[in-house]
Design a protein. Sequence first.
Length: 478
Amino acid sequence: MIESKTYYFNTFQIDAAALDRLVTEALSTGGNYADLYFENTTYGSLLLRDGAVTSGGNHIDFGVGIRVLSGEKTGYAYSESTAWEDMLASARAAAQIASGPTDVSPYGTRNPSRGEPNPHADRYPIGQPWRGTPMSTFLPFLQKLEAQVRSRDTRIVKVIANLAFQVSDILMYNSDRELKWDTRPMGSVSLTAVFKQGNLTENKSTSRSFRCGAEMLTDALATEMATEIVKGIDDRFAAKRPKGGQMPVVMGAGASGILLHEAMGHAFEADFNRKGTSIFADKMGQQICPKGIQIIDDGTLRGNRGSLNFDDEGIPGQKTYMVEDGVLTSYLHDRISAAHYGVRPTGNGRRESFRYAPIPRMRSTYMESGIAQASDLIAEVSKGIYVDEFSNGQVQIGEGDFTFYVKSGYLIENGKLTQPVKDINIIGNGPAALADIRGVANDLAIDPGAWTCGKEQSVPVSCGIPTVLIGKLTVGGE
């Protein structure tokens, strides 16, 4: 949502002249770029456990972060107050940290964007405001969600439903005299059910998260989540741990995109490549996977959890092709890495809050659809595994090695899905897995769950993938 400039000036008790004075003070010791990041975030949550409200509330986070860049030095300081003396002290502290001469060219787009934000181009309008709405208003949705879940399976012994939302007013200004503002909503619903069958217990979770207002809390959403939470639970109880070894792996469309995010996406972030710590640091312009494959990081999807009108450096949100026709064509850049490589920023400078300096981070990372049918990819495999839910991934950026825990999947035997499997790990190497893609289906799905990416700081993201066949990965089983 994009309000008027006056709204943000009033929220932070600031004006244009004061913004100029702050960046001037921040550059007083020799820095060549400075920026200001003002934030006013309202958080709310409501937790329903077995029909009873066990926690809930609201709180506000408010402040400004001031960054000064001088060559390879970054000075950063923040204030939880926008009183003039407090902001001035933070600007001077950041300036002192980054003090000293530099011969590095200015950090910016080289074509400063001084136009005002356009409300008609807003990627996340708010239909029903979160702010100012009593928390009790949202309780009937959670109660309806729980009732729908319990009505679907008599084995359910516990249901936990949680609603969380945040709305952030953001104002950004820098020494290139770029002024940007934005109001970012986020609503998330998570659901966990525990099932008991004889002496066996299984649990399953699902979530939905969108950049929108409380209009997301519909009967249709409750039905969708309740249906999903019980889907496949019979297979969960019947699942076994298979024999391990190297074998073909078919990754199901949607949530399997977390493997793409972790095993490949992080290695495309430009700070890792600028410092030479990424396995892809020397592969720009090279063929890294078969022709026809496109891998994208996208900040432009309307209402998507990872989307942004502007990143946290004021760069307009955009769609970035990292891999085109199998060739690595772009890293994910903030202003620092863009200046290093002599390219324009890609809108990937992100931060957890005003307390953190921005760094290159993903938004919505996915692979475009191919031309195959998902059923045909499965039919190609005589002995392998199909996986569709991952968790607890670990990745070594420098080597590209990854390990993911698989929550659910199936054996593939003679081209057909057979025995449900669980408690296995998928182990591989990012570049090797990309190079070994044997087929990509035409069924891209971007998962709507509440994904959060941690890299020194946490930011909301999303991920997706079509059904993909990888020729060989290591399956850790019996």
